[in-house]
Design a protein around this ligand. Structure first.
Ligand SMILES: [Fe+2]
Ligand SMILES: [Fe+2]
Length: 284
């Protein structure tokens, strides 16, 4: 599922060097911007209407708030101080995402239901599921963001504001696959099958939840409840399924490229995407 990228100085999963690299890559690439210092642009009424019509805000606000609390809980529960610091930093970044969404929805008058997340009872399991969820979501979000940027759906001023969030999700998924590999490699042989099973279960539960969301959106679109999905093609320009997946693959590679090549990259979703690519229609 994940493979070590060959490099001039390979690093063994589970080694102290792996942990050092995993944590230093994450803390060194942290961008210390503050949400309250962001300049929210004044947008045309038409752009605001397009933003309001996106069917994502409620779920995005809920997911970011839940993720922030779960990752912070994991950071506090982690016994290793170096890993704990890196995970807590990721929790802080997720909190910033939640804060940015709060500011954005308030600024442009986008209604979102009030929501207060609950801390997970098993922080390690929640952190693992979140990581796999982000591997699925980021792959498609990278492509969608590029489409929104290139088609002009998002004005450049908004693209600029969201760019750091996209890049942060790329760092999060690299952290995730390395954290999983590090923990797995450090287990005694007898403990590995259970971990591998938990890992597989976490991954498929997240895949299932994405499939359910996709089916719900499809159902809403077909019953006419979801105007965005019905109109997405005219908004984003005509993009065939194959061109979209190709774009996701390119963007995924571009976003993950800047980081140390000795770190693992998420391979599961891109490898499925590459496998199905020849079967996808070329026409929009
Ligand atoms: Fe996030
Ligand atoms: Fe994230």
């Amino acid at each position: 599922m994940q493979t070590l990228i060959p490099a001039s100085s390979p690093i063994a999963a589970g080694s102290p060097e792996h942990k050092e690299l995993l944590c230093s890559f994450f803390t060194d690439s942290h961008d210390p911007y503050r949400p309250d210092a962001l300049n929210w642009p004044e947008l045309d009424a038409a752009v605001i209407a397009r933003l309001r019509a996106l069917p994502i805000w409620g779920e995005a606000v809920r997911t970011e708030a839940e993720t922030a609390l779960a990752v912070l809980t994991m950071g506090a529960a982690e016994k290793d101080p170096v890993l704990s610091r890196a995970i807590a930093l990721q929790g802080y970044e997720e909190q910033r995402h939640a804060e940015i969404l709060k500011l954005l929805t308030a600024k442009y008058g986008i209604p979102v239901p009030a929501f207060s997340p609950a801390a997970p009872s098993d922080p390690s399991w929640a952190f693992m599921r979140i990581g796999y969820g982000e591997c699925f979501d980021s792959f498609f979000a990278f492509g969608l963001f590029a489409l929104a940027r290139d088609s002009g759906f998002f004005p450049p001023s908004l693209v600029e504001l969201f760019e750091p969030i996209m890049q942060e999700e790329g760092r999060h998924i690299i952290f995730h696959v390395n954290w999983v590999a590090y923990n797995q490699a450090r287990l005694p042989y007898a403990g590995r099958p259970r971990y591998v099973f938990r890992r597989g279960l976490a991954m498929w539960l997240q895949a299932l939840s994405r499939l359910k969301t996709a089916m719900r959106i499809k159902g809403e679109a077909e019953s006419g409840q979801d105007n965005f999905t019905m109109n997405a093609h005219s908004q984003f320009g005509d993009v065939s399924p194959r061109a979209f997946v190709e774009l996701c693959l390119r963007e995924n590679e571009r976003r993950l490229k800047p980081y140390d090549p000795r770190l693992l990259r998420p391979e599961f979703v891109p490898s499925i995407a590459r496998a199905v690519l020849p079967t996808l229609p070329r026409r929009a």
